[in-house]
Design a protein around this ligand. Structure first.
Ligand SMILES: Cc1cc2nc3c(=O)[nH]c(=O)nc-3n(C[C@H](O)[C@H](O)[C@H](O)COP(=O)(O)OP(=O)(O)OC[C@H]3O[C@@H](n4cnc5c(N)ncnc54)[C@H](O)[C@@H]3O)c2cc1C
Length: 339
């Protein structure tokens, strides 16, 4: 592992002044240090985010807050364990609590943060081994295509086969108008703090076709500060794994239902671990709209529709069948939360 320096600023402004392509923010450090140990990334400086005090004039970096109108605000420094246990998250957007609870192990959930979870790099073994000429590290091709790709993408895999690893990303994408607040420092003499909000379904996740080197549209000098989630109480996140702990999802699905009486007025269905970015499935959502809440034929149709357009590789066709199963289970779990 290459030596690095370690900075512990106490204000957001000081963190932001230090950040650069070689000075990276460290939250829980799970992914950042793993990549540094493997020599995949070689940051010269780690900038610890754990000592930043509360920021005046913006959303909170810590804690779960319920804003006026019932929207959730979750600071980027909130851990997965805190999200999973939050009574407000369970009441307002239970799919996010499901997603946090399903990730990793208790030890990891106690230190892994919302910000780090959304910005963790893909788990592809070829990406994480500097020996391979991987597109995501500036190489020329995707070694997974003709290699071991059993757990890799079944959609959007023409250029890169890695899947997006974040549970929280899948859940948040299912929430209508979920957004992120970011903060950076204005370039120039004044150097004031600049806030930006970005809707998750509007360009935050970057496909390999657009830029294979990154997965999220966040600049090296920018901090992810908080997530905003409108209320979506009839929601659920379900995943299928090879093993029940210490593992990322093989396939995942988050479902949000807008229920009127005993009908599904609207639906959003996000698919995780099946493509380089989390995907919204419009065919699956369309199969539920206007249908009875407990119309199991509609659930089956939605689950089948979610697999439309899949392009499995030679050895991951099983993920198409798993996807169908996980979408069906997630719809059923969301319906169980309707009053
Ligand atoms: C064995 C194991 C199993 C796992 N299983 C799962 C799983 O099933 N599902 C899942 O979703 N995850 C899983 N994880 C991933 C784990 O949840 C992530 O490693 C973790 O969420 C990263 O969070 P962190 O706070 O440690 O981030 P860090 O490692 O500190 O940071 C990750 C990246 O985000 C950047 N970053 C962090 N915070 C900010 C911020 N506020 N602004 C800008 N950039 C920031 C860092 O610079 C770095 O590039 C697993 C990890 C392990 C080790």
């Amino acid at each position: 592992m290459k030596p690095f320096s370690y900075a512990r600023p106490t204000t957001a402004a000081d963190v932001l002044k230090l950040l650069s392509p070689t000075a990276r923010p460290k939250a829980g450090g799970n992914d950042l240090l793993d990549l540094a140990k493997r020599g995949v990334s070689t940051p010269a400086t780690l900038v610890d985010l754990s000592r930043i005090s509360v920021q005046e004039g913006g959303p909170r970096f810590d804690g779960v807050t319920v804003a006026e109108g019932g929207q959730l605000e979750i600071g980027a420094r909130v851990t997965l364990a805190q999200i999973a246990a939050s009574a407000d998250v369970l009441r307002i957007f239970p799919a996010l609590a499901d997603a946090a609870a399903a990730a990793a192990t208790p030890q990891i959930r106690n230190v892994a943060t919302l910000g780090g979870n959304l910005l963790q790099r893909p788990r592809c073994a070829y990406f994480r081994d500097p020996f391979f000429d991987c597109l995501k590290r500036g190489g020329t091709s995707c070694p997974a295509r003709d290699g071991v790709h059993d757990e890799m993408a079944i959609f959007g895999n023409a250029k890169c086969c890695a899947t997006h690893p974040s549970n929280l990303a899948t859940a948040l994408l299912a929430a209508p108008q979920a957004g992120l607040a970011t903060i950076t420092v204005e370039i120039g003499a004044k150097g004031g703090l600049v806030w930006r909000t970005v809707e998750l379904s509007d360009g935050f996740f970057v496909r390999p076709e657009d830029d294979p080197l990154i997965e999220a549209a966040i600049a090296p000098g920018e901090l992810l500060w908080a997530a905003f989630v409108p209320a979506a109480p009839v929601s659920a996140y379900v995943e299928i794994n090879q093993k029940q702990s210490y593992d990322w999802a093989s396939v995942a699905c988050a479902v949000v239902l807008d229920v009127e009486g005993d009908k599904i007025a609207d639906a959003r269905i996000a698919l995780g671990a099946v493509a380089p970015v989390p995907l919204l499935s419009e065919p699956a959502a369309a199969a539920l709209r206007g249908k009875g809440l407990r119309d199991t034929a509609a659930w089956d149709a939605a689950a089948a529709a979610a697999t439309q357009g899949a392009t499995p590789l030679a050895r991951n066709g099983h993920k198409v069948r798993q996807l169908r199963a996980v979408v069906r289970r997630a719809i059923e779990a969301a319906v169980a939360r309707s009053k």
